[in-house]
Design a protein around this ligand. Structure first.
Ligand code: PAF
Length: 271
């Protein structure tokens, strides 16, 4: 695995390849990332992983500072997976140039996490736009766990006519149902149990709503979640996954989107 810290050196190297399969990450690698890399390797193109904790997508400095970091282990994991290239840029390497494409921010960015983390999606799209310009990947692998992010990146790529194809990858869950996330490393065993019971509660709720959507009673669901151990709920809403329209009546094609806290740890999921 070749490691790059400088975009020009990286570009010189990847110019020689027939195309790149790209897996963007902020490190703190877990099974979700591993499955993205495995999927990318199936493309038979060279796989390039980036590790960059993008300060612009954190709306609180304290969240950026405390974001889990484990670069030594990340490198070990990626070497074992026989990743071809790892790019670990500095802030200057990423933000020290003017990209050709302007970021396109679809109105869906105002919903869900966009409401509770002002500037977050603008920061995500800014960095992804820069990566796409530096790497020009044929494929970019994104997990459905961050479904709103995936949707907004897709809209940006379409609008700016960027020739990279998004490969949507399913959410990887632990046996107890919890969606893999770097932030899970902050949970103790008791908190893991809470997250697991919240997943099972939402899973059952979704099943019921598919049959009869009028069973969705927001206040009752919030009280149930607090009783299960959630400390605070940012949102719990149902959206059509194709167009992000709100679900009002029985309709099979929707997901239940949630963001909630267990003490200081904010978790998101969509089921
Ligand atoms: O999902 C993430 O880890 C990040 O938002 C991404 C796509 C790597 C951009 O910083």
């Amino acid at each position: 695995m070749k490691i790059f810290k400088d975009r020009q050196a990286l570009q010189k190297e990847i110019l020689k390849s027939k195309g790149i399969s790209f897996v963007p990450t902020m490190g703190g690698l877990h099974e979700g990332h591993i499955s993205l890399v495995k999927r990318s390797k199936k493309s038979r193109l060279k796989t390039l992983v980036t590790i960059f904790i993008n300060p612009k997508q954190f709306n609180k400095k304290s969240d950026f500072n405390s974001y889990p970091r484990n670069i030594k282990n990340d490198i070990k994991v990626l070497k074992k997976l026989k990743v071809n290239y790892l790019y670990i840029p500095s802030i200057k390497d990423i933000y020290g140039f003017k990209p050709k494409n302007k970021v396109f921010i679809d109105k869906v960015s105002k919903k869900l996490c966009g409401k509770f983390r002002p500037g977050h999606f603008k920061g995500v799209l800014n960095v992804v736009n820069r990566f796409l310009e530096i790497i020009k990947p044929k494929y970019i692998y994104l997990g459905k766990k961050d479904y709103q992010q995936l949707y907004l990146i897709k809209k940006h790529i379409q609008k700016r006519k960027i020739r990279s194809k998004i490969i949507e990858c399913k959410t990887i869950r632990k046996k107890n149902g919890i969606a893999c996330s770097t932030r899970n490393s902050r949970l103790n065993q008791h908190q893991m149990k809470i997250a697991s019971s919240i997943f099972h509660y939402l899973f059952k709720l979704k099943k019921k709503l598919k049959v009869n959507f009028s069973l969705f009673k927001l206040n009752k669901v919030k009280i149930d979640l607090i009783n299960l151990g959630a400390s605070k709920i940012d949102y719990i809403e149902n959206y059509n996954t194709k167009n992000f329209e709100k679900i009002r009546k029985t309709n099979k094609k929707f997901n239940l989107f949630i963001a909630y806290y267990i003490q200081n740890t904010r978790l998101i999921d969509n089921i």
